[in-house]
Design a protein around this ligand. Structure first.
Ligand code: SF4
Ligand code: SF4
Length: 333
């Protein structure tokens, strides 16, 4: 049995008025005088279920009262949307009501090289430059991860388009030196200039490689292989790179819980009645608590049933790589 002192703390509150009280469970004194990115998905055109700007304003006001300097933050996206570009994302932030809550909206498009889990991740510059972050996630289902909460939203939303592409493809290039004839075909094929050959020495710049696999198809000797990493595992590794020693407080919003994420228009009604809010400093614990609460509410594993993907894979792997703990203590306000 897990001892109580090992459990991660997850605070639940049903009304946003209790946000102030929930902050008392974490050390926010350190946030004073610091620029604090509030990382969140600001919705899409015709998506009406994104996190309410009124709630986000509440978070902004609490942080300002603590002497912090918050700003809303997200990164440009990979898929075909005007959110692919900073100006387009700002337009959506405006129509969804995020430009009127008393702080700047910053959209990131450039990354910095962060090494984690044996490879480099292209983490958003603005997050790299911050020491303290708030990550607000709208809890929804997702067709690739079953469930999307803190791990999905911060792991994917905290990196650049290039890294998003790499996580989606999941490809990691492996080179077998003993099979290689150093013909150089892979060098010519790679449009990212990730491979170099000098005096029979083949090398890969992992930061440049996006794992597309084009060079594997070209290689006449079978000396290259792409190892595909599961998408949920890729997200867990990515969020580890984004966090990278920073203080991050996660807020999961369990309202308007839809079967799909906020990257498209709202088509179907929510899966269940609204539940409330969770706050924690552990992304694995808060996501596990979110899944448990939705399962309890819907009397079944609704995310797995809807998306045919086991959402617990990200929880198990997150725990395995020490991203956080699936054992939590729920404190209800
Ligand atoms: S194409 Fe294959 S054999 Fe040729 S250099 Fe690249 S890895 Fe080696
Ligand atoms: S997998 Fe793609 S990006 Fe990586 S080295 Fe091969 S061709 Fe270049």
């Amino acid at each position: 049995m897990v001892k109580e002192k090992e459990l991660s703390k997850v605070i639940f509150f049903d009304k946003e008025e209790k946000l102030h009280e929930s902050f008392r469970y974490f050390n926010f004194l350190d946030f004073k005088n610091k620029k604090i990115p509030i990382k969140l998905h600001m919705g899409e055109i015709k998506n009406k279920y994104h996190v309410s700007p009124a709630f986000v304003k509440h978070v902004v006001d609490e942080l300002k009262n603590l002497g912090a300097k918050p700003f809303l933050f997200d990164t440009t996206v990979l898929y075909l949307s005007i959110r692919r570009f900073k100006i387009g994302y700002k337009f959506i932030a405006a129509i969804n009501g995020y430009l009127k809550i008393g702080c700047n909206v910053v959209i990131g498009d450039k990354g910095k090289n962060v090494y984690a889990n044996n490879r480099f991740f292209d983490v958003a510059e603005e997050l790299c430059e911050s020491t303290h972050i708030i990550a607000i996630s709208h809890v929804t289902g997702h067709n690739l991860t079953g469930f999307a909460g803190a791990i999905k939203n911060f792991g994917m939303g905290g990196v650049t388009k290039k890294e998003k592409k790499r996580i989606h493809s999941g490809g990691q290039l492996i080179h077998f030196d003993e099979k290689c004839s150093y013909c150089g075909l892979c060098v010519k094929t790679c449009s990212f200039k990730a491979i170099t050959i000098e005096k029979d020495n083949w090398s890969l710049n992992e930061y440049k490689c996006i794992g597309c696999g084009s060079c594997v198809k070209t290689c006449p000797e079978g000396a290259l292989l792409i190892k595909y990493l599961d998408f949920q595992k890729g997200l867990c590794q990515s969020i580890k790179a984004v966090v990278n020693g920073k203080i991050v407080i996660y807020i999961n919003v369990l309202k308007n819980i839809t079967s799909q994420c906020d990257c498209g228009p709202s088509i179907r009604p929510p899966l269940c009645e609204d539940i409330g809010y969770l706050i924690s400093n552990d992304p694995v614990a808060i996501d596990k608590a979110s899944i448990d609460m939705v399962n309890k509410k819907t009397k079944g594993n609704i995310f797995q049933i809807n998306n045919k993907v086991d959402p617990l894979d990200q929880i198990k792997y997150g725990e395995e790589i020490k991203l956080g703990s699936s054992s939590y203590k729920l404190i209800e306000l």
